[in-house]
Design a protein around this ligand. Structure first.
Ligand SMILES: [Zn+2]
Length: 312
């Protein structure tokens, strides 16, 4: 009797077929022939050279520029880009026979690639209005919230983060609206005015800091108990914070005096200015902005939701 060959339908039969239908048709890959049996020598030379240059600290974009200038194209015939070169250099086939790269080089490339982060990373947005927007409901500070789908927002964070999670506003729209308000405000302010003298505040700040040091000395020399020291320190610490805030405010007022009347000249450049530059102008002008509740229709952004509280 012949043994019965047991076979489940599907699986093993499919696996026995060399090219299962769900496998993508093989395309030629840069550095190898289409059947993967041969190295394409001039491409392999380019890969080895690129590997060496990357490990020597050259940027991928410099190599991409060089390759494109030399007329090297991808296997598909297109120009090289940073992403395509970056993924080429870590492909496992480069160390499978017939080998293009030695394993040590390949491992170092993989480590470098991993340290850079995988794939194209989303640039982190810099939030123009961080710390400047406040929730109408709880008074908490709104935070920038990036979203992979839909527009980035400023939101009142949830209760664990000190907010009520009751307010949100689209970041782009809020930034645009506040920018316009700030420029209008600068136009309305007349240049000049009495110079700001921050000397009194600075003196006060120095005095508080000095007192805090003295207290530390008194405690250290045993003239104050730990409890006395802590309670006095708390008291001076609070006054120190107030004095520091006042000095910061005066610094911003000084900047505001210089910017007064500058709205018109800033307006044409505004969109091209960096976030840091725009933020300097915004901070010199605004104390904070209260974000009111969104009313129906919620899809429509109304700049009136943003209530500026000017620095003065
Ligand atoms: Zn809130």
């Amino acid at each position: 009797m012949e043994p019965v060959r047991q076979r489940s339908p599907g699986g093993p039969v499919l696996a026995a077929v060399p090219d299962a239908p769900n496998r993508a048709p093989s395309r030629r890959a840069f550095g190898h022939s289409a059947d993967r049996r041969h190295v394409v020598e001039d491409e392999a030379v380019a890969i080895r050279e690129a590997a060496r240059r990357v490990l020597d600290g050259e940027t991928l974009s410099a190599i991409v520029r060089d390759w494109n200038a030399r007329g090297l194209t991808t296997a598909g015939g297109g120009p090289w880009r940073v992403n395509s070169l970056s993924s080429l250099l870590v492909q496992p086939r480069l160390v499978a026979p017939p080998q293009v790269l030695d394993e040590d080089t390949h491992n170092r490339l993989i480590a470098l690639h991993a340290s850079r982060g995988k794939g194209p990373r989303r640039a982190t947005r810099r939030y123009l209005l961080s710390g400047l927007l406040r929730c109408w409901r709880c008074g908490g500070g709104l935070r920038g919230m990036p979203r992979s789908r839909g527009a980035d927002l400023y939101v009142c964070p949830g209760p664990p983060h000190g907010g009520c999670s009751g307010t949100a506003v689209t970041a782009d729209l809020a930034e645009e609206a506040v920018g316009q308000m700030v420029l209008d405000r600068l136009d309305a302010l007349r240049p000049g005015g009495a110079p700001v003298d921050g000397r009194d505040s600075l003196r006060e700040l120095a005095a508080h800091r000095g007192r805090l040091d003295d207290l530390g000395d008194l405690w250290a020399s045993g003239q104050l108990s730990r409890e006395e020291w802590l309670s006095l320190k708390r008291n001076v610490g609070q006054r120190l914070q107030v004095a520091e805030a006042e000095v910061a405010r005066i610094g911003r007022l000084g900047a505001l005096r210089e910017l007064a009347g500058a709205g018109q000249s800033l307006r044409p450049q505004w969109a091209k200015m960096s976030v840091a530059e725009r933020r300097t102008v915004v901070q010199a002008t605004l104390d904070h902005v209260v974000v009111l509740a969104a009313e129906p229709p919620r899809q429509v952004f109304r700049p009136e939701r943003l209530q500026p509280h000017w620095l003065e």
